[in-house]
Write a protein that binds this ligand. Structure first.
Ligand SMILES: NC(=O)c1ccc[n+]([C@@H]2O[C@H](COP(=O)([O-])OP(=O)(O)OC[C@H]3O[C@@H](n4cnc5c(N)ncnc54)[C@H](O)[C@@H]3O)[C@@H](O)[C@H]2O)c1
Ligand SMILES: O=C(O)[C@H](O)COP(=O)(O)O
Length: 531
């Protein structure tokens, strides 16, 4: 029987044709995404669901989706999909990472111009028969400083367009290396400097716990008087109420918003304010971008449903059916090693070296490297996947090297990741035991044997007596239950590390109590995907 796909948001007809051409039955019901009850009633009949941002793929919908195998997002952001819930049910979530980047960057530039020259208000006034020439005094863009928050796919295109407009471009992005910034012709700065210097600010970051409210009242207070702010990324990155207050006070001169805290946005503190230009999440809405993403999503979903090929999956590595059973646990290991390094590293990465020792050297190291890079970048870029991670690493100018060698030690095979940042070099190695589970076997050159839990604490300390007791008591007093406690120290006995497998996420206040002990240099809460 042919697989069945439901298209529940407005997609280019190209998608429907591709599904049909590839032997997939397709129902095109573009308004269904807005009716969650009706959608839940019918979703059980489908193998695939093709969406944009209107359909919310919630845990409840997934529970009703008995036959669903793949969700295809014709676009970039998958924040409307409950990925952990989908993963738990074995549903692959795919996106189309690059198809609408140019279009969205152009929309951000368009909003910047619209705000600089008050175009919508001037248009309304002129068409109303008024001729208010002196009311609509604008500002030039040439020579002004543009602060770009997030210099990834879209942000970097905005940078290049702004440079073409003769703007000075400064960028804040923890994952942007100085070399890549130089190559792009932009100056890498910290957030506070960007806020203080920018005449225009534009946001191009994903929505994560770190970026939610990145422009809040406190950040706005650090901006230059007369700043204009554009948000074409995700609603909630900017605190709309705080921005509205700053516009009313005259501190912020204008704002261009395509995305809102609640969408569809029927009300917002920004609505009705002078020199606020709003569009209804139109960033990706051009004929070209919609053709790109529709074509790509239909091809990817059909390839999966008909041939079992996986590409651009957020929650699943791309591997063939034959190699899957052997590779899968090592893919998990690679992801865990990358994720460990990504979570403990706080400065831009300059180079990555991956050593494949013994059995791992003979495996599909491309897939392993992609999984490792996805794990490494995920703490900064939530929507990264195995396909987009290597491209992102390349675009960021990070030097990547792989070394393969014959078995050298007691393990049949292991993977070692060494990353060099502007501040230090850090390494982590791991293997897979016969139970199929990943283990950390070395961190910073210190041997250990630690299994991987969903919630862990990493502690780096000086090797002095009493540390185990101190850690145990501090965590015990805070009600943190320790499932497993792994220790290691270097040969000379100077440095020690501990990896604790705990029952849940540990508050920063508890970690601060640990680092208050002068023997503890770093205490970090880590989360791993253990599915
Ligand atoms: N308005 C629209 O219709 C529309 C269309 C497409 C994409 N988007 C949104 O645009 C945003 C950017 O998309 P993209 O494809 O460029 O993503 P991307 O992953 O290529 O780039 C995001 C960049 O943000 C950086 N970053 C992550 N955390 C950061 C932080 N805390 N501070 C500063 N920088 C940080 C990353 O290092 C990365 O370089 C996403 O939120 C996406 O969902 C909106
Ligand atoms: O993340 C994206 O790709 C954009 O937000 C576009 O969303 P849309 O497909 O609903 O226009």
């Amino acid at each position: 029987m042919a697989p069945r796909v439901l298209v529940s948001d407005k997609l280019s007809p190209t998608a429907v044709q591709i599904f049909k051409d590839r032997g997939v039955e397709v129902d095109y019901l573009p308004d269904l995404g807005k009716d969650k009850d009706k959608l839940a009633e019918v979703i059980g009949q489908y193998d695939g669901l093709a969406i944009r941002s209107a359909t919310k793929v919630t845990e409840k919908l997934i529970a009703a989706a008995e036959n669903l195998k793949v969700v295809g997002r014709a676009g970039i952001g998958v924040d409307n999909v409950d990925i952990p819930a989908a993963s738990k049910r074995g549903i692959i979530v795919m996106n189309t990472p690059f198809g609408n980047s140019i279009t969205t960057a152009e929309h951000a530039i368009a909003l910047m111009f619209a705000v600089a020259r008050q175009l919508p208000a001037a248009d309304t006034s002129t068409q109303a028969g008024k001729w208010e020439k002196s009311k609509f005094m604008g500002v030039e863009i040439t020579g002004k400083t543009l602060g770009v928050i997030g210099a990834g796919n879209i942000g970097s295109i905005v940078c290049s367009r702004a440079i073409g407009l003769k703007m000075q471009v400064i960028a804040y992005d923890p994952f942007l290396s100085k070399e890549r910034a130089e190559e792009m012709g932009v100056t890498k700065v910290e957030l506070d400097e960007l806020l203080a210097r920018a005449d225009f600010i534009t946001l191009h970051v994903p929505m994560t716990d770190k970026t939610r409210g990145i422009i809040n009242a406190e950040a706005l207070a650090k901006t230059k008087k007369g700043v204009r702010i554009v948000n074409c990324a995700r609603g909630g990155l900017v605190d709309e109420a705080a921005l509205a207050a700053a516009i009313k006070s005259g501190h912020v001169a204008g704002a261009g918003f395509d995305v809102f805290e609640t969408e569809p946005a029927t009300e917002s503190p920004l609505f009705g304010l002078d020199n606020v230009v709003c569009t209804p999440h139109l960033g990706a809405s051009t004929t070209e971008a919609q053709e790109n993403v529709a074509l790509q999503v239909a091809e990817q979903m059909s390839d999966y449903l008909v041939k079992g090929a996986v590409s651009n999956a957020i929650n699943m590595p791309s591997i063939t059916a034959e190699e899957a059973p052997i590779l899968k646990p090592f893919i998990r290991l690679a992801d865990v090693l990358g994720s460990f390094a990504g979570q403990v590293t706080e400065s831009p990465i300059k180079s990555i070296e991956i050593l494949y020792d013994g059995a791992t050297a003979g495996m599909n190291t491309r897939a392993l490297t992609s999984a490792l890079l996805a794990g490494l970048i995920r703490p900064q870029v939530a929507d990264v996947n195995m396909v987009s991670a290597p491209i992102m690493v390349k675009e960021k100018g990070i030097v990547l090297s792989e070394v393969k060698r014959d078995k050298t030690g007691v393990y049949d095979g292991y993977i070692k990741l060494t990353i060099t940042t502007e501040r230090q070099t850090r390494s982590v190695a791991g293997t897979v035991f016969s139970d199929g589970k990943p283990r950390f076997i070395q961190i910073k050159g210190i041997n250990m044997d630690a299994d991987v839990g969903e919630h862990m604490i990493y502690i780096a300390n000086t090797d002095v007596p009493g540390m185990i007791g101190f850690m145990g008591t501090t965590l015990g007093d805070a009600g943190v239950n320790i499932a497993n406690f792994h220790l290691g120290r270097d040969k000379d006995g100077g440095d020690a590390i501990a990896l604790l497998y705990v029952d849940g996420l540990v508050d920063q206040a508890v970690l601060d109590k640990l680092t208050a002990n002068e023997a503890i240099r770093q205490a970090k809460s880590l989360i791993f995907n253990v599915d």
